[in-house]
Design a protein around this ligand. Structure first.
Ligand code: GDP
Ligand code: GDP
Length: 434
């Protein structure tokens, strides 16, 4: 689990440019593997060895500037509520605007670290212009050029110094987070499980905004259910809900062991669901996909489930070893099966394979199909082991680790998955120098 940093500011100041710069390296690798480019407003980054999650709040606002003007206060409020630190970005080209002043007013009251980042300071002349932003009353500022990277180092130095040290929480009970888009059926799912109407969500002002933990006991297995649904606010604005649900999902996912990802069968596995899926995957969390409201799907025939499954698998390539269940909270169809599956995924994520057995299994497989020679050199893998990490990671020791390419690592991952049950669990394969 890592600290969460939110970037706020009006449109066109350069938030996404800065965001992309921060997550670039790591995300580029992920995309090269899957061969898909995704629209992302959430990513992981690290600086001076400190990892943090970063959210580009602007990515959740659609529409024109005046829509934004109405929305910005909410965005900032949410960022204040959910993030550990806030980067407030402004644009030196346009200078201080009314919207900047509105945001600054909100941020002046905040106890969390706030960093005023003056962007588009591409040259020394513009650095002089930046002084006018003192008028925002936020004190010191950082000048940067997101386009060429100038100044970003100083900002990040200051940022990570202020971030709380967060370590992988060791909660006594396994934590399952129920996540998904608004209206997927998350509250209904939890209600059905616990058999009471404690989580009914209404549009009354003051509806609880915190995610709620429920201790739950089923199949002799005790765990915490983390609900992200009880967070609906009185706001009627759809974008706001979406943004808010993503913010809450980020929090819940960071804190859980297994994500129960609910989607509405009639809406499908769309971009937002996919975002939540990759969020969980990048955080090395266990995942179960529940296609809910299956009762609403008409004209079901023998292959309907198969085709639906294939579609989802296509979207989540190459991490397709994930349980997908078709449920109906309304008719209580397979909802307990869903929990049973989440427990299995939890156990898979905690699985530890004895090193001797692992070598006995993997070395003959490798001998049978060794890494292809690279630049005329032969790679010899001599030994492998599961690392003592909170989630499954495997190291393969060899003479020339840098010559083992992605496809071969994926081959090893697939073989591990064939030999052992890691269903629903992201696994990582490393090559190390022996
Ligand atoms: P957002 O709406 O705040 O996410 O802003 P974008 O990242 O989409 O950037 C808006 C525009 O500003 C784009 O045309 C960027 O190329 C440009 N831009 C971003 N950062 C810089 C910078 O450091 N210098 C200059 N000159 N332009 C920039
Ligand atoms: P949340 O926003 O994800 O918590 O979603 P809710 O639990 O509030 O559910 C949204 C709507 O979908 C409500 O009207 C539910 O009654 C309905 N719903 C939930 N699960 C099912 C289901 O399996 N079948 C049908 N037909 N409706 C459902």
């Amino acid at each position: 689990m890592s600290a969460i940093v939110a970037i706020v500011g009006r449109p066109n100041v350069g938030k996404s440019t800065f965001f992309n710069r921060l997550i670039q390296r790591r995300e580029a690798i992920v995309d090269a593997v899957s061969g898909v480019t995704r629209d992302r407003h959430y990513g992981k980054s690290d600086w001076n060895g400190k990892e943090f999650s970063i959210i580009d709040t602007g990515g959740y606002v659609v529409g024109s500037d005046d829509v934004f003007e109405k929305e910005i206060d909410k965005q900032v409020e949410l960022a204040i509520a959910e993030a550990d630190a806030i980067i407030f970005m402004v644009d030196v080209e346009t200078g201080v605007t009314g919207m900047d002043e509105d945001v600054a007013k909100l941020l002046r009251k905040v106890k969390k670290p706030v960093f005023l980042a003056i962007n588009k300071v591409d040259n020394a002349k513009r650095a002089e212009d930046a002084v006018e932003f003192y008028s925002l009353g936020l004190g010191e500022y950082y000048t940067l050029s997101s386009i060429n990277g100038g100044g970003t180092g100083d900002l990040l130095d200051a940022l990570v110094k202020e971030l709380p040290d967060v370590v992988e929480e060791k909660s006594e009970l396994p934590r399952f987070a129920v996540v998904g888009r608004p209206n997927a059926g998350k509250s209904s799912f939890i209600n059905a499980l616990i058999g009471e109407e404690r989580y009914i969500v209404t549009d009354i002002a003051g509806t609880t905004r915190d995610s709620i933990d429920t201790k739950y006991n089923r199949f002799g297995f005790e765990f915490n259910l983390v609900d992200t649904a009880g967070i609906r606010r009185k706001s009627k604005v759809k974008e706001d809900l979406e943004f808010y649900s993503v913010m809450r999902s980020v929090r819940a996912i960071e804190h859980c062991d297994v994500c129960i990802l609910l989607l509405d069968a009639t809406r499908g596995f769309d971009g937002q669901v996919e975002n939540i899926f990759w969020l969980a995957q990048r955080n090395h969390k266990g995942i179960v996909i529940l296609v809910n409201k299956w009762d609403l799907v008409e004209d079901k025939e023998t292959n309907t489930i198969k085709h639906y499954t294939q579609k989802i698998k296509k979207a989540i390539e190459p991490f397709t070893d994930v349980p997908i269940l078709f449920i109906s909270v309304l008719t209580k169809q397979r909802i307990f099966k869903a929990i049973e599956t989440a427990v299995e995924v939890y156990n898979n994520r905690n699985k530890k394979i004895i090193t001797r057995k692992f070598n006995e299994t993997m070395l003959p497989i490798i001998e049978n199909y060794p890494p292809p020679a690279y630049k005329g050199k032969f790679v010899k893998i001599k030994f492998c082991t599961q690392l003592p990490t909170p989630y499954p990671q495997f190291a393969f020791f060899c003479n020339l680790p840098q010559y083992v390419r992605e496809p071969y690592k994926r081959y090893l991952e697939n073989k591990i998955r064939e030999e052992y049950d890691f269903s629903g669990v992201p696994i990582t394969v490393f090559m190390r120098k022996k």
